[in-house]
Design a binder for this molecule. Structure first.
Ligand code: NAP
Length: 492
């Protein structure tokens, strides 16, 4: 069934990818994958456990030893072929994302553009990895630095961006000369496997890009974080799981990158351009049905424009079209699963019980299943669960503030520090606020901040390291220093 929805049915794989081989059976049986919009079974994936994960790591290490010897120019050409195959197969990849993750097809297409961007960018960056020559303390010495690929990288990725969260890691890793074992989220393996098929077609050697499937998450994660051949763990997901993976990686001292949860504040000052703010907030909040780590989780509005902005936002949110992401015109898809809907319901009920006002939405959607109404809540107090925890759903809490410094204090009053948003026309006010905000990224008069050119990442408990941009490849490189003596400066 799923196969027939694709122009290129070979992109639909019900198998793990280990050492260039499609593994359809393991001794551990299969797990079923369901479409969050319809509940239908999309695929049956072989369950991998310790043994299969170890096989993938050993294969990756073998492949790495040859791949690291290739020239940067060669890796760049191979990655560029991967990029062009991803772009050529955009429609099929987007369809797979919508089927397994639920986001509207137009957004899924946007995710493929975004995901492909990382492969193209790092294909270029591979040629720009440079060492250094440092002035030495003695005339007979030279100090030289080299940057070398770290080795086998384990990537553990979330379901909310099934393509981009993989290419944001695999692009720089492969460009640097590393090999990768990917454990995609159990809910979204099909996109990862299609990327694997395209990687093989592009000429990425067997063993360089492996994908492990099945729901035995702890068994797989346990091996990925403890096997001595894995030198790097790159994780995107919740802070809670990131903390566990960091602890597990400590025993073998692996280099770790952590892209974790957020609780993004969005501050709208009273001099903001209202149209710009409305558009920016809508995209920052409702993209991917609110299931984005940089989603505006708390919208703080200055008292002077609070009522006007709240009315405008409620009107627009009330018009958002909810439905199966494959249907034309749909703007809000299902949430990923029943647990996610319950969390949103709990946050909204708790806020209303505490005195917040529903301006629109506030219930499970009439479509049933995993659908929830796009919601705007006014008069939210900063301590309510909806403003303290990552709600990860289509709910916009509005918090009123009077003085600029109060907004900054509220914004920073969280253990998270991923993204923040500011809306104002006053450059000095923006600069002051942007410097004071404790987050790795600040969107100013925009709700769209992710692209392959910029360094993505958080501070505090939102993470370690950066992905994308010219900084992103350093996460997959080791710095080696050569102290070379006996170089007598005189020709005599
Ligand atoms: P999650 O529950 O932390 O899962 C993320 C990944 O970790 C999945 O592949 C999951 O596998 C795996 N995992 C869970 N427990 C594990 C364990 N004990 N050992 C090894 N792997 C384990 O997060 P999610 O619900 O998929 O994604 C939502 C979260 O990701 C949100 O907090 C969001 O903010 C964050 N996120 C952050 C960024 C960023 O760039 N900072 C981007 C996107 C999302 P299973 O699927 O098999 O459980």
């Amino acid at each position: 069934m799923t196969r027939h929805l694709l122009k290129n049915p070979d992109l639909f794989r019900e198998a793990a990818l280990i050492d260039g081989q499609w593994i359809t059976e393991t001794p551990h049986g299969h797990s079923e994958l369901r479409n969050p919009a319809t509940g239908e079974v999309l695929a049956r994936l072989p369950r991998c456990k310790e043994e299969e994960t170890t096989r993938a790591i050993v294969a990756a290490d073998k492949a790495f030893r040859a791949w690291r010897q290739t020239t940067a120019k060669h890796r760049s050409q191979v990655l560029n072929r991967w990029w062009s195959l991803i772009v050529e197969n955009k429609e099929d990849l987007a369809t797979l994302i919508t089927l397994e993750e639920g986001k509207p097809l137009s957004e899924a297409r946007g995710e493929i553009d975004y995901a492909a961007g990382f492969v193209q960018w790092f294909a270029e960056e591979s040629k720009r990895v440079r060492g250094d020559v440092i002035p030495a303390p003695r005339e007979t010495q030279r100090i030289v630095t080299l940057k070398q690929p770290i080795g086998v990288c384990a990537a553990i990725t979330p379901w909310n961006f099934p393509a981009a969260m993989i290419t944001r890691k695999a692009g720089p890793a492969l460009a640097a000369g590393c090999a990768m074992v990917v454990k995609p989220a159990s809910q979204t393996p099909l996109t990862a496997l299609a990327l694997g098929e395209l990687a093989l077609r592009a000429g990425i050697p067997p063993g360089i890009f492996n994908v492990i499937t099945g729901g035995d998450t702890r068994a797989i994660g346990g091996v990925l974080t403890s096997h001595p051949l894995v030198r790097k763990v790159t994780f995107t997901g919740s802070t809670e799981v990131g903390r566990v993976l960091l602890q597990q990686s400590a025993s073998t001292i692996k280099k770790c990158s952590m892209e974790l949860g957020g609780n993004a504040p969005c501050i709208v000052f009273d001099d903001a351009d209202i149209d710009t703010a409305v558009e920016g907030i809508l995209v920052a909040k409702f993209r991917n049905t609110g299931q984005s780590c940089i989603a505006a989780n708390r919208v703080m509005v200055q008292a002077g424009i609070y009522d006007a902005l709240a009315a405008r936002l409620a009107e627009r949110v009330g018009q958002l079209k909810v439905g199966n992401g494959l249907e034309p015109g749909v703007q809000i898809g299902p949430m990923i699963d029943a647990g996610a809907v319950s969390k949103v319901e709990e946050h909204v009920d708790n806020a209303v019980a505490g005195g917040a006002r529903l301006l629109t939405g506030g219930r499970r959607h009439a479509l049933g299943g995993c659908f929830y109404e796009p919601t705007v809540l006014a008069d939210v107090a900063p301590g309510m669960a909806v403003a303290v925890q990552e709600t990860f759903g289509p709910v916009m809490p509005l918090v009123r503030f009077e003085r600029d410094e109060d907004a900054i204090a509220m914004a920073n009053d969280t253990e998270f520090g991923l993204a923040s948003y500011l809306f104002s026309k006053d450059a000095a006010r923006i600069w002051r606020a942007a410097e004071a905000l404790e987050s790795g990224m600040v969107g100013i008069n925009t709700g769209l901040i992710s692209n392959e050119l910029a360094p993505f990442g958080g501070i505090k408990q939102s993470g370690l390291g950066r992905e994308g941009s010219h900084y992103g490849i350093d996460e997959f490189l080791e710095l080696k220093y050569l102290c070379w003596d006996g170089l007598h400066p005189s020709f005599a």
